[in-house]
Design a protein around this ligand. Structure first.
Ligand SMILES: [Zn+2]
Ligand SMILES: [Zn+2]
Length: 951
């Protein structure tokens, strides 16, 4: 056969892999999910990890209502990333998803759909249960599409009897130690939903209210005591005139200075530092402006006008009359919460309508008067009686109260103003403070606050500010109101004596109830067909009066108590879990939500925090940094993102930014992530798979000592990468971990090693030790990359894993493999120093000159060039000489000559020391290099001839 008939392009070893360049994730991922499910792959992972140390991420249950949004996607992907990571690290790390099911939104939705059709509690609960169940089914499919592995067939669900049984344990444990109590207390009350609200259910919005300055007539004795010779009044300021009918006291600050001022033919009592607030309301002074006004205010406050001056502490014995309710005596109280930033320094006090007022009321043994019913209207207790029936949040009600004041000359001034006011987050209506009989969890009883405080110290708060945020949220909170006046919830299991009203629930009650709840859940309690004797132990008698007739409580527990009990209902109840959990990951709103409720219940029951570490995420925002809302039309739908780009691109987004801060999303961002970041990683996998197709590590692997220096350097970089990524993962800095992986793919691999080794891999004989050396290094790189990237790109890495030759694949799934270990022997300080010089100092300058030549048209391919280095630096020359055989490959040129010009110390390289020229040597038709030994007859170089001879 004549030489010129040989097609040398058929003799080069081009990459071979079926791993596609185009990912087609949107179509490929659902098929893989289906296969994973058919293979029962999550169960197989559990079997493989059985007996290993357990690592538990406890899922904060999303509410089973509505389709998933980007916040859910972020949350579930993060959890899956850490569960996969811990499984790779060799832990038995199961994932049990949860759902929160009870609560008002579902009950309101169901009630609305009934359009007024009356149904009993049991039927209502049945409808709510069906509603929650269908959302669970829908969300489950959406969550699974994200790629998360878990026990999706056996989740924990707060409406399941098994969960409710655990919650009953928590409730009974707290009740038995009197951590739970019933009391009349003002709570945030939604009249629109007719229920008490937790802090977490409030949202603050602007509201127009009326602020008023009101005069309370001092009793004649009190006026005389202050030396008043004219009618004397205490002046108060309030923004809730509707609470005046419940006013029982005036509270002062004992440390403030007060004075009784002569104003016209009256005397007014108020704090001296705030008196000008009141004087400004006088018609004569209101009319003035500028300097005249200041002068008039000063004149009014002059000492000569002060009939009496003294401290707040002097006021405690005073008495006043109510401004419009005949016969009601108003007493004076002292409290440190009275501030000097607004008002008059005298605070009208209605213990039934304010948290601080309540505290004062208890201290001074005032009535907890609350003349407002559950619909937010004055009830029959109200005085004067003609206010009855008026809704207190109605502006007309404030007006009616003002009219009562005006009629008696007690109103100094009233005006409308805007302020931030709590609203019911569901009905969007303003809430009121209203005293009702409620169940509470005490934060002070049994030293719970102290227990929590010491447990807080033992927890790893991953976000640096997490501990402070948690502590602050807890510091100022009052006892937790855990009762709700709703049907769709876990019942508050309590009996009341029909004779005397006393509460009755003891160990016998708990033991009788437990099996019923474990079997039937809370429905049994609400079933009107079931006699009380089903729940009450035989012979139960009231401890107070001996009565034997009881009625059941109808309130239900706050849903935060449901999810807050999951440490009992899940971590301690399930065989595949452990208590406390290793990690909780949720949004940063959970410092006052689930993190807190879980901590309180767990510490209350067992004295221990339910978690060892807490990590919180920021919000997901649109490209302009605004919150995303379906109604605002700026919401990015995760299901749509996956339909277009695939779940792996969504998962890559989670890993691309610091998730502890707010994260933005937009269609443009996903496009860029898919086309740049994702493709870079995928192309690296593809290149490596293709060039390792003929490599069997057992047969072809080169021992470390025999590897080419560049390949040893690559392993040193890999060791550093593994160490860096592992450290970032342990610090929960996912974006840093993933950045290092991406940067390795672009800098070390596609920006360097792939170019440098293309020639080695394509043109040397298959078994050439230099080629096997390169493959050995790339084999380690690919193995480590696939495992380290797999928690994030769980689909893509599995796909690449399947394309590995059998001999390179340890196990049937990348997710069954082990996290790579950095090997100390891969590190080589001297070699790494050499390459820092070669890659940092020399290569960029040489490459720049080659590019210059190419741009000028002097050469086509870098192989058309040869490089002459005539360096001064002795150290540099030593390094260059050491790696002289590799320099041509490093620069991707045909030849490199080294020379020494006037040896010097130091390490430097100037452009004048580099000469790049076009070579006139003949081009090898096989490898395209121009090494100077191409034979005329064959047209190929000596190295290629050798490679063919060994092929
Ligand atoms: Zn009784
Ligand atoms: Zn050649």
């Amino acid at each position: 056969m004549p030489q010129d008939a040989i097609d040398y392009s058929k003799t080069v070893l081009l990459p071979e892999t079926a791993f596609a360049m185009r990912a087609s994730l949107a179509t490929a991922e659902p098929l893989r999910l289906q296969r994973w499910e058919e293979e029962g792959i999550y169960g197989r992972l559990r079997e493989r990890r059985g007996g290993a140390p357990r690592w538990i991420l406890h899922d904060g249950p999303p509410f089973a209502n509505g389709d998933i949004h980007m916040g859910h996607a972020l949350n579930k992907v993060l959890k899956d990333v850490w569960v996969r990571y811990k499984n790779l690290r060799g832990f038995d790390a199961p994932y049990v998803p949860g759902w929160d099911t009870h609560g008002m939104p579902i009950e309101l939705g169901v009630s609305r759909a009934l359009k007024g059709k009356p149904v009993g509690p049991l039927e209502l609960r049945r409808l709510c249960r069906a509603e929650a169940a269908q959302w669970i089914e829908r969300q489950r499919n959406q969550f699974k599409r994200l790629g998360g592995w878990g026990d999706w067939e056996h989740p924990y669900i707060t409406m399941d009897p098994s969960f409710e049984a655990g919650q009953l344990d928590a409730y009974w444990s707290l009740l038995a130690k009197k951590q739970i109590y019933r009391d009349l207390k003002p709570v945030h009350w939604s009249w629109a939903s007719q229920t008490a609200l937790a802090e977490a259910e409030l949202e603050y919005k602007e509201k127009t209210s009326t602020q008023v300055y009101v005069k309370y007539p001092l009793s004649p004795e009190s006026a005389a005591r202050l030396g008043a010779s004219k009618p004397a009044f205490a002046v108060i300021w309030t923004t809730t005139p509707w609470t005046l009918p419940a006013s029982l006291a005036i509270t002062a600050n004992e440390k403030f200075d007060y004075a009784l001022y002569s104003v016209g033919d009256e005397c007014w009592l108020m704090a001296r530092s705030l008196a000008s607030n009141v004087f400004e309301q006088l018609p004569a002074i209101r009319a003035l402006g500028g300097a005249e006004k200041s002068a008039a205010l000063a004149a009014q406050a002059e000492p000569s006008r002060q009939v009496w001056a003294g401290k707040g502490a002097d006021l405690e014995e005073l008495r006043a009359a109510h401004p419009f309710i005949e016969g009601r005596s108003i007493r004076f109280c002292l409290a440190p919460y009275v501030t000097s930033d607004a008002g008059t320094g005298l605070v009208h006090t209605a213990p039934g309508h304010g948290a601080e007022d309540y505290v004062t009321g208890v201290r001074y043994r005032l009535d907890i008067l609350c003349p407002v019913d559950e619909k937010g209207c004055y009830n029959e207790q109200v005085e004067p009686a003609d206010l009855k029936g008026k809704r207190v949040t109605d502006p007309a009600t404030d007006e009616a109260v003002l009219e009562l004041l005006r009629a008696r000359g007690r109103l100094i001034h009233a005006e409308k103003f805007q302020h931030s006011y709590p609203h019911d987050w569901r009905s969007k209506q303003p809430v009121i403070f209203r005293a009702t009989k409620q169940w509470f969890m005490s934060l002070t009883g049994n030293g719970l606050r102290e227990t929590v405080a010491s447990e807080v110290e033992a927890v790893r708060w991953v976000n640096p500010w997490g501990k402070d945020r948690f502590t602050n949220m807890l510091k100022d909170r009052a006892d937790w109101c855990i009762s709700r006046q709703r049907y769709w919830g876990v019942p508050i299991y309590m009996f009341y004596c029909r004779g005397c009203g006393a509460e009755h629930f003891d160990l016998a009650c708990y033991e009788k109830l437990k099996p019923i709840v474990a079997r039937e859940g809370g429905d049994a309690w609400f079933d009107p067909a079931r006699p009380l004797s089903d729940f009450l132990p035989e012979g139960a008698a009231c401890a107070a009066c001996g009565g034997k007739e009881f009625r059941k409580e109808t309130d239900t527990l706050d849903v935060w108590f449901d999810s807050g009990s999951s440490s009992l209902g899940v971590l301690q109840a399930r065989a595949d879990q452990a208590f406390p959990a290793d990690l909780y990951i949720e949004g940063s709103d959970q410092y006052r939500g689930w993190f807190q409720s879980s901590m309180l219940v767990s510490c209350g029951v067992s004295g221990r925090a339910p978690f060892k570490a807490v990590l919180s995420t920021g919000w997901t925002l649109d490209a302009q940094g605004r919150a995303m809302h379906k109604s605002a039309g700026n919401a990015v739908d995760p299901m749509e993102v996956m339909e277009v780009w695939g779940a792996d691109v969504l998962r890559l987004w989670v890993a691309s930014e610091d998730f502890t801060a707010d994260m933005t999303v937009s269609d443009a961002l996903f496009k860029s992530l898919a086309e740049k970041n994702y493709r870079r990683v995928r192309n690296s996998f593809r290149w490596l798979l293709g060039n390792l197709s003929d490599f069997d590590p057992a047969r072809d692997g080169v021992p470390l000592a025999e590897l080419q220096p560049f390949d040893r350097w690559l392993l040193a970089r890999l060791a550093a990468l593994i160490e860096g990524v592992t450290a970032s993962m342990e610090a929960f800095e996912l974006h840093k971990a993933f950045n290092q992986l991406q940067s390795f793919c672009s800098s070390e691999l596609s920006g360097l090693a792939f170019d440098v080794h293309k020639d080695t891999l394509y043109t040397l004989a298959a078994g050439d030790p230099r080629r096997r050396s390169a493959q050995t290094a790339f084999h380690h790189v690919l193995q480590a990359l696939l495992r380290m990237v797999s928690p994030v790109l769980c689909f893509t890495c599995e796909e690449a894993w399947e394309h590995l030759p059998e001999c390179q694949r340890a196990g049937s799934s990348v997710h069954f493999s082990e996290w790579p270990q950095s090997r100390p022997e891969w590190r080589d300080a001297e070699l790494e120093d050499d390459f820092e010089v070669l890659l940092g100092l020399v290569r960029p300058q040489v490459t720049r000159q080659i590019e210059g030549l190419r741009a000028a048209g002097s050469i086509g391919h870098p192989y058309d060039a040869e490089v002459a280095l005539s360096v001064h630096s002795k150290k540099l020359l030593r390094i260059l000489n050491k790696h002289s055989g590799f320099l041509a490959a490093l620069f991707i040129v045909s030849r490199v000559r080294l020379g020494n010009a006037a040896p010097q110390d130091g390490l430097a390289l100037g452009p004048e020391e580099i000469a790049v020229t076009a070579t006139d040597a003949v081009k090898c038709v096989r490898c395209w290099r121009r090494p100077g030994d191409v034979r005329e007859d064959s047209g190929i170089c000596g190295r290629c001839a050798g490679a063919l001879a060994h092929a």
